[in-house]
Write a protein that binds this ligand. Structure first.
Ligand code: GLN
Length: 188
């Protein structure tokens, strides 16, 4: 198995370390050519969704990336990655990839003091360490979206078929179970 990791901006190196620890192969996606490589899944890291969205546009990668996700390539979006996948962003007109039917609120916990740690349930997995950094939350979900985590009344992780998203950063903790969950989706 090999996982492509979008490496235009943000916390991609941390995902690489997690996959190393799970002994899975990965490569960095930095260009349209990289999107043509064969891969079994793709990770969209945290960072700044506006910057990542702009770079995807500038490098002509957006349509191809959207297509491979719509066609069913498993994808795991963390934080900014969640925002990229969202069909709508509250109070904004921008849509990046828009493959997941949900409305997300960027910087949902405030811009400055929006970073905190928590522990919560992710699907059937209990006590997952959750790092939130200027995180979004999911305001509402459409048909077919399964909510996987709720923290303090807010939806912070969800699944839509082979797309999973977390508003928190499992790659910044030692807890590899969310990544393992994603790899299990790839392996079916
Ligand atoms: N606030 C960022 C954004 O809007 C997301 C933060 C993150 O990825 N840690 O894109």
């Amino acid at each position: 198995m090999v996982v492509g990791i979008l490496a235009l901006q943000g916390a991609f190196a941390e995902h690489e370390k997690v996959l190393d620890s799970l002994e899975e192969d990965w490569f960095e996606i930095r260009s349209l050519q990289d999107l043509n490589r064969s891969m079994d899944g793709i990770i969209l890291p945290g960072g700044e969704s506006t910057v990542q969205g702009k770079l995807l546009n500038d490098f002509g990668m957006k349509d191809k990336l959207r297509n491979i996700i719509v066609e069913g390539l498993p994808v795991f979006g963390t934080c900014a990655g969640l925002i990229l996948l969202s069909e709508r962003i509250a109070d904004e007109d921008t849509v990046h990839l828009g493959t997941m039917p949900m409305i997300v609120r960027r910087n949902g916990y405030g811009r400055q003091l929006g970073s905190f740690s928590s522990k919560g349930r992710f699907g059937r997995i209990q006590d997952v360490d959750m790092e939130f950094i200027r995180a979004p939350y999911i305001e509402s979900v459409g048909d077919g979206v399964e909510i996987l985590s709720i923290v303090e009344g807010r939806t912070v992780a969800a699944r839509f078929d082979k797309q999973i998203v977390t508003a928190f950063h499992p790659e910044l903790t030692d807890d590899v179970r969310v990544h393992q969950f994603f790899l299990d989706i790839i392996n079916n």
